[in-house]
Design a protein around this ligand. Structure first.
Ligand code: 2AM
Ligand code: CA
Ligand code: CA
Ligand code: CA
Length: 276
């Protein structure tokens, strides 16, 4: 099986489980805080994906969210341990777990493959809408097999943006509230729907003009970043440095409004700190 087929097969299989469980009661556990949730479906989804990858590519590495201890430091350590691998699968078995728990229909599976740190395959699957977003490096981005492009807005005032509201008062994520308040009146509005990966897929499909968020992890961003780039958009960190799999503060746009959003984040004081 080629790499894209493996990623698609795994995303669809895991997505079928998530869809089946979407309306039933979930056993919810907390991880690093009362806002950091996991269900048995997150774990089962990751198991399905790992089995399929192991089956087809036993020599490859796998970095999956639910295989990593909770917390920022453990996430960074896990990435450092894995990132030198020749082929590394980067997996978020459910992105948007809080939405999944509440039945708010905005969550997905995100699967990427990096070759020596370079993301070469990205797949995001929205099981409720049966929307499959796929990209291979250099080959464009697709939604259910049809090519997609980022949107055409070139002025901030006509842009629809998305971001994330930090639910825990820890650390630099809190600064993002200032960014949201600063940018909302300067664009059409800012949405915060609770899945970084689906926000990125939405930028790739031209449904959002841009998305930024702080303190995310490789599994939230790897597949979506390739999708946005392959759909003609631009992906950097929140001070404008090119995306790599270690980036935690992300800005992904249609390209045309990128510098204006960077400028807005700077004005709001969101940027100007070290990448953590
Ligand atoms: P998850 O659902 O896989 O946990 C929403 O703003 C985004 O932040 C989601 O992509 C979500 O991914 C992620 N997220 C949720 N809790 C988080 C936390 N405590 N730290 C960092 N990211 C988190
Ligand atoms: Ca999580
Ligand atoms: Ca996630
Ligand atoms: Ca997750």
């Amino acid at each position: 099986m080629n790499y894209l087929d493996t990623a698609v097969h795994a995303a669809r299989q895991a997505g079928a489980l998530i869809r089946e469980k979407a309306t039933s009661a979930k056993r919810v556990k907390t991880k690093s805080s009362a806002h950091d949730l996991v269900t048995e479906v997150d774990q089962a989804s990751e198991e399905i994906i790992r089995e399929i990858i192991w089956d087809h590519h036993p020599e490859h590495g796998i970095l999956g969210e639910e295989g990593v201890q909770p917390g920022v430091e453990a996430s960074k350590t896990a990435l450092e341990e894995h990132r030198s691998k020749e082929y590394l699968w980067i997996v978020d078995p459910i992105d948007g777990t809080t939405n999944f728990v509440h039945g708010f229909p905005f969550f997905c599976v995100s699967i990427a493959l990096a070759e020596r740190e370079d993301v070469i395959v990205g797949v995001i699957y929205d099981p409720l809408r049966d929307e499959l977003f796929t990209a291979e490096k250099g080959k464009g981005a697709y939604l259910n097999g049809e090519p997609i492009r980022v949107s055409g807005e070139s002025h901030l005032e006509e842009a629809l943006l998305a971001s994330g509201i930090p639910a825990d008062a820890r650390g630099i994520r809190m600064r993002n509230v200032e960014g949201i308040l600063h940018l909302a009146p300067r664009c059409r509005n800012v949405r915060t729907a609770g899945s970084a990966a689906l926000h990125l897929a939405s930028v790739a499909a031209g449904r959002l003009s841009g998305f930024w968020e702080l303190e995310l992890n490789a599994w939230d961003l790897a597949a979506g970043s390739l999708l946005v780039q392959e759909a003609g958009g631009r992906v950097t960190d929140t001070v404008g440095r090119p995306y790599d799999i270690g980036v935690r503060h992300i800005l992904a746009t249609n390209g045309r409004i990128h510098d204006d959003v960077l400028h807005g984040l700077k004005e709001a004081g969101v940027t100007g700190f070290e990448q953590s």
